[in-house]
Ligand binder design. Structure first.
Ligand code: DLZ
Length: 508
């Protein structure tokens, strides 16, 4: 057997990853590299960089403890070349392996760079399937073939059947595949709120925090307090904690938002899942167990499992099916720059201020804050989709392109023209007011429709529908709203449009 060099990327920190299968501790070398290129291709949140580097260092230490030889390149190592490809070349020169193994990267850009490296390299490079997912990329492509519409719901049902999760023979548990209609309760401030498990930084994490503080001091976000788990054991504890304290209410309140409540009943485990510290099927089985033991209701557990074996797998499939063109989708041909307050949180709109401030503090906001506050605003105001995508990719600790890009380009910005969603996720202030307490202390009045004091979402909503009527007017799901718009008096329409135009000017 020749010596293998095995490259593990920053989001491949799973002991069962395909590149480590059959690794021989006696002769193979495992390599991890902290590199400037990956840390800077978008201006990542400080906490995200610290999370990835600390988890990489902990994973390397675990591999060493298990008897492997590990080549770990730290960001500030003096010979660090700054890119994954050049680090691979340096390692090949130093170690003279017979071949290089990598599990397929989760990002088109990184995959292409490694493939290019492979074509020039003196040693063969093998990219292995990433089998940490329920469906392979090929399975998804097969599922999509010949379908008129690629809706998640049908794919999700296949994944339920494939995994046997929440199945009662060949029927869905409880008789329905989806319990979302029970999952739209607004939360009240006096409810008992759990909070995610917080891990105290150890010596390894503290060293990384110093490094990030030195090297990325101008990046967005608060570095401390840093409380993320950085090992699979820590992530498992965080999952247990969620199942015990929050899963039961996760479903009912998953769309709710409250001032100062950053997590509500959300699991905050996507960051662990997306770098490989948790396994998707294992997480779902544990949630199902809680349901079967009577510790959590079906609407919560089904909603939770759907996010993982449904939506998460589905967006990954879409990513690999549609890249690289997907990234430049811009159905509405918009070109407005992302407002500066996305990087500061300094805005008079309470909803945006809350969602962005907590993003700055925690590198986290939950799904509805991302979709119906920051995403909704970007879509209504016509921000260029690529800028919105790069913002989400940078600011969230769980954001890796395969997951983030379809969520932003497709679901949130409708920039793919309806491949993912059947209609754009836009709303006026009413929805925000119904699902949150954000509007109670806002300088704008959600009940006012037009004028200086009116909630900007109200007029922007109609402005959006009016300016895109050529592209959206024939969408059956928008029939009612267009009928409402068409029935309005010309004066009222003009008021809405003038109010929105005045607001849009303030963004220029
Ligand atoms: C996101 C990220 C960061 C910040 N740093 C590194 C790094 O230094 N080394 C590394 O191997 N990966 C890093 N990553 C993750 C990659 O940018 C990329 O998102 C995934 O590897 C995609 O497969």
């Amino acid at each position: 057997m020749t010596r293998r060099l095995i490259l593990i990327l920053g989001d491949q920190l799973s002991s069962g990853i395909s590149s480590l299968k059959n690794a021989d501790p006696a002769q193979d070398v495992i390599m991890l590299a902290e590199v400037t290129d990956e840390a800077t291709y978008v201006p990542h949140h400080k906490k995200k960089i610290a999370f990835i580097f600390s988890a990489m260092r902990h994973f390397a230490a675990e591999l060493e403890a298990a008897g492997y030889t590990v080549r770990y390149v730290k960001l500030d190592d003096k010979d660090n070349t700054g890119s994954l490809s050049d680090e691979l070349s340096r390692a090949v020169s130093a170690l003279q392996p017979g071949c290089v193994f990598v599990t397929q990267p989760g990002e088109w850009r990184v995959k292409t760079a490694l493939e290019n490296w492979g074509t020039k390299s003196s040693v063969p490079l093998t990219l292995l399937t990433d089998d940490r997912f329920i469906a392979t990329i090929e399975e998804f492509a097969q599922w999509s073939e010949g379908r008129k519409s690629l809706r998640m719901e049908y794919f999700y049902r296949e994944m339920r059947r494939k995994t046997g999760l929440l199945m009662d023979g060949d029927r869905p548990e409880g008789g329905k595949w989806n319990y979302d209609t029970e999952n739209r309760k607004p939360a009240r401030g006096d409810l008992f709120m759990p909070s995610p498990l917080r891990v105290v930084p150890d010596g390894i994490t503290k060293a990384v925090l110093r490094l990030v503080d030195n090297r990325f001091s101008n990046n967005f976000g608060d570095l401390e307090p840093f409380w993320f788990a950085v090992t699979s054991d820590g992530a498992e504890q965080a999952l247990d904690h969620f199942i015990k304290t929050a899963l039961k209410d996760f479903g009912a309140y998953q769309d709710a938002m409250l001032v100062g409540e950053k997590f509500l009943y959300h699991a905050v485990i996507s960051l662990y899942l997306n770098i490989g510290l948790l396994d998707p099927l294992d997480i779902c089985r544990r949630a199902e167990q809680a349901y079967r033991a009577g510790d959590a209701p079906l609407n919560s557990v089904e909603g939770f499992i759907r996010q993982i074996i449904g939506w998460r797998e589905y967006v990954r499939g879409i990513y690999w099916l549609k890249m690289p063109e997907y990234e430049s989708s811009n159905f509405f041909s918009t070109d407005r720059d992302l407002p500066a307050f996305y990087w500061t949180g300094k805005t008079e709109l309470t909803c945006l201020r809350e969602a962005i401030s907590q993003t700055k503090e925690e590198a986290y906001a939950h799904h509805i804050q991302r979709l119906m506050i920051t995403g909704n605003f970007a879509l209504l105001t016509g921000i260029e989709p690529r800028q919105v995508h790069e913002w989400y990719l940078a600011v969230y600790a769980d954001a890796f392109e395969w997951a983030e890009l379809p969520n932003t380009i497709g679901m949130s910005q409708f920039a793919d023209g309806g491949l993912l969603g059947s209609k754009p996720y836009v709303s006026g202030g009413n929805y925000i007011s119904k699902m949150s307490d954000y509007c109670e202390n806002c300088r704008f009045d959600v009940k006012k429709k037009t004028g200086d004091e009116a909630c900007p979402f109200n007029s922007l909503y109609w402005h959006f529908l009016d300016r895109h009527k050529n592209k959206l007017g024939s969408n059956g799901r928008l029939g009612n709203v267009y009928r409402t718009w068409n029935r309005m008096s010309e004066d009222k329409k003009a008021d809405y449009l003038a109010t929105a135009d005045a607001f849009l000017k303030t963004l220029d």
